[in-house]
Design a protein around this ligand. Sequence first.
Ligand SMILES: Nc1ncnc2c1ncn2[C@@H]1O[C@H](COP(=O)(O)OP(=O)(O)O)[C@@H](O)[C@H]1O
Ligand SMILES: [Mg+2]
Length: 263
Amino acid sequence: MGTISGSRGLDLNIGMTGIFITATGTDIGKTYVACQLLKWDQAHWRVFTACKPVISGWPTHESEIYKTDSALLLAANQLPITAETLDRMSPWRFHLPLTPDMAARREGKNIVPEALLSYCQQLIEEAKQASKAVLIEGAGGIMAPISGKFTALDWITQLESPCILIAGSYLGTLSHTLTAVEVLQMKNVNILAIVVNETLNSTVSLQETCECLQSFLPYPIIAWPYSKQTEGVNKAVSTLYNSLLQSITNTTLLQSAYESIIA
Ligand SMILES: Nc1ncnc2c1ncn2[C@@H]1O[C@H](COP(=O)(O)OP(=O)(O)O)[C@@H](O)[C@H]1O
Ligand SMILES: [Mg+2]
């Protein structure tokens, strides 16, 4: 696998320039975690861009657009929110708050998987040329139908992208997360990290959930507290960021250099 020079001199692993962000379900925290990652990155290596190719629940009033995943991701990446940037970030937009397949069908439209894949491949290629890595936020959970029987899992598999899996910390998440991991493994998807994003008012401990998952799984498991307290969030985002940097760069030497800079 070849190498390229990163945006601030990082030696990037070409096979890692597209990273899929998926989750065990919808509303689990894909956009939230991606935005925190992008904001952190803006203050560090500026190596990530993002896209949210398929989005449903798109507002009918322009005044609401700033709340969409697409706008949040653009803002976190310090990009302007314009018709052009939104078109590039999210070409497949549907108004109904349903799974993309249902929303598209109700609007008399159809997502062509080949077009979606080639759009993502194009972004990955462009990221590669710019010595960056692109975060691709999926839609809904890991097996959300995108178009007919083409699911988010098919999307990840056919792109051959590694992924970050976001899970919650609610009662029941262990089975959901282990099931999601099992299907990702069956399809040989490279799991870079699992983020356990704390579920508000959960009766289950975040720490214990992470420990239990770690006892089953060989991947980095990152506990992400639901909190505006910067300390807990900073620890989680820096752990995830460092873990991703280690995956997308070719040497751990660069990583140690990076850690000594931010220490
Ligand atoms: N760790 C967290 N701390 C605070 N708010 C969060 C956290 N994770 C998610 N949220 C909020 O929960 C809601 C759902 O998260 P979101 O990232 O939009 O989910 P997804 O992209 O998986 O559908 C959003 O309003 C988001 O801001
Ligand atoms: Mg989202």
